[in-house]
Design a binder for this molecule. Structure first.
Ligand code: EPZ
Length: 430
């Protein structure tokens, strides 16, 4: 398991490039199941979750080509034959988003066997709302031996309202609806840019979709979809993470190849915290800070509110802000795994239910810390960039799931960060 060694104290200066959005690429790759023709996706990030999804699709019989050289960030997926429409537990247990194949598999083949995703560090991650919507569309669903088995001769259009806003639930059912018989109306949908990315790909494939990006999506089912070539949007969470890196280190950082229209809540919060943020164009934003920041509260909400995927990163910033910041996590039930690690570095944080109270500024000192989930890992790297001394961050494979070459990108703008092999050999069993 790789480890990062980070020497704190360097302001980040220069230009850092954002990769394609992991959370757009995952549903768009699953959409290839919906057609016999090849789908080529560009601006795909080279991260572990994408490799996992490639393995998942190949295990079902898809042909997956990975670009090389100039086209290394593209992938072509052909699901001409799906010899084994089963999402096996060995793969699903490493990536919950595998549930995204459920809708497209039933829509294309009339059946699906998908391992129940199980929980993860940040919460139980149920998919009851995916199942409820598919049943409304006529699927028969049974659950046994840890697998969901779904069958439907042909899904039929339905009208339903999501009990809760769910990003992959909206995406899964959108992919089911595009080949269903008749009209589907889905209300209380997720409005995330990743949903819009998926809908744009599906329309390019010949789907009839209206309202993606709003709370109500209407779909008129078609009998077949064609192949397509589509470029994935930039990753708004990676971009936000870099903006916080520039602010927390008192640097002058230009974040390029992003989509600034997706960064509204994060930019507003950084301005409130006293960072100087300038949108230089539709794909470029500059952040400057003298390192002195003001406390500002956040409450995570569905898009376009402050993203839950930016909560851990913001908390690292709040440890350096003058005053008390309240960080409220409304989306997941256990998304404060980074708190104890930040406290070990000297942060002053108290958690009470959904709210963490952060007292700042705290002088952070280097420590040996451990990643627990993707965004908590980012929080630890941000804290290490300002901590006194050399921080050792273990289990960075969590970070590699969703950040492409994060150590190389940060080093290119002045961070002292090195990736080492396994510094902590597995403890001998007691
Ligand atoms: C997506 O997860 C993202 N993952 C997550 O990003 C992100 O944190 C989350 O949306 C919220 O924005 C991908 O897109 C691959 P939800 P998802 O369904 O779809 C509850 C990252 O760091 N819920 O919107 O799984 C659920 O428990 C990852 O990149 C149900 O109760 O999240 C949660 O409390 C982490 N029943 C809330 O809804 C369901 O059937 C929102 O979850 C589905 C969800």
């Amino acid at each position: 398991m790789d480890t990062f060694v980070v020497q704190g104290g360097n302001p980040l200066v220069g230009t850092i490039r954002v990769s394609g959005a992991k959370n757009s690429a995952l549903p768009c790759m699953a959409a290839a199941i919906l057609t016999e023709e090849p789908i080529t996706l560009e601006n795909i990030p080279q991260v572990r979750d994408i490799s996992t999804e490639r393995r998942l699709l190949q295990s079902m019989g898809a042909e997956v080509e990975i670009g090389s050289g100039e086209t290394a960030h593209s992938t072509t997926i052909s699901c001409r034959t799906l010899s084994d429409p089963v999402a096996k537990y060995e793969i699903v247990k490493t990536m919950r988003a595998s549930s995204l194949v459920l809708g497209p598999l039933i829509a294309r083949t009339g059946m699906a066997r998908v391992a129940m995703p199980g929980g993860c560090a940040i919460g139980g991650r149920p998919i009851d709302l995916h199942i409820k919507g598919l049943e409304k569309m006529g699927a028969t669903i049974t659950q046994e031996h840890g697998y969901i088995e779904a069958r439907a001769d042909r899904l039929r259009g339905a009208h339903f309202v999501f009990d809760k806003i769910t990003v992959t639930g909206t995406e899964d059912l959108l992919m089911a609806a595009v080949l269903a018989d008749g009209e589907t109306v889905m209300e209380n949908c997720a409005r995330e840019p990743e949903v819009v990315d998926l809908a744009s790909l599906l329309v390019t494939m010949g789907a009839n979709i209206e309202g993606a990006g709003t709370a109500t999506i209407r779909v008129s089912g078609v009998s077949k979809l064609r192949g397509a070539r589509y470029r994935i949007n930039p990753d708004r969470i990676e971009a936000g993470t870099f903006l916080i890196a520039g602010a927390i280190t008192g640097g002058d950082l230009i974040v390029s190849h992003c989509n600034t229209s997706h960064l509204g809540a994060v930019i507003a919060k950084l301005l409130e915290a006293g960072a100087r943020v300038e949108v230089l164009g539709p794909d470029t934003v500059r952040v400057r800070s003298n390192g002195r920041l003001a406390a500002a509260d956040i409450s995570t909400e569905e898009y376009p509110g402050f993203p839950t995927d930016m909560q851990a990163q913001y908390m690292a910033l709040a440890t350096q802000a003058e005053g008390t910041s309240l960080v409220r996590e409304n989306i997941f039930e256990n998304r404060f795994m980074h708190v104890q690690e930040l406290v070990r570095m000297g942060a002053g944080i108290k958690v009470d239910g959904k709210t963490a109270t952060v007292l700042g500024p705290a002088r952070l000192s280097a420590a040996a810390v451990m990643c627990s989930d993707l965004r908590a890992s980012a929080s630890l790297v941000l804290a290490a960039l300002v901590a006194e001394g050399e921080t050792i961050i273990d289990r960075v494979y969590h970070m590699d799931r969703g950040y492409e070459q994060i150590d190389e990108k940060l080093r290119s703008v002045g961070a002292k960060i090195q990736r080492l092999g396994n510094l902590f050999p597995p403890r001998p069993s007691a």
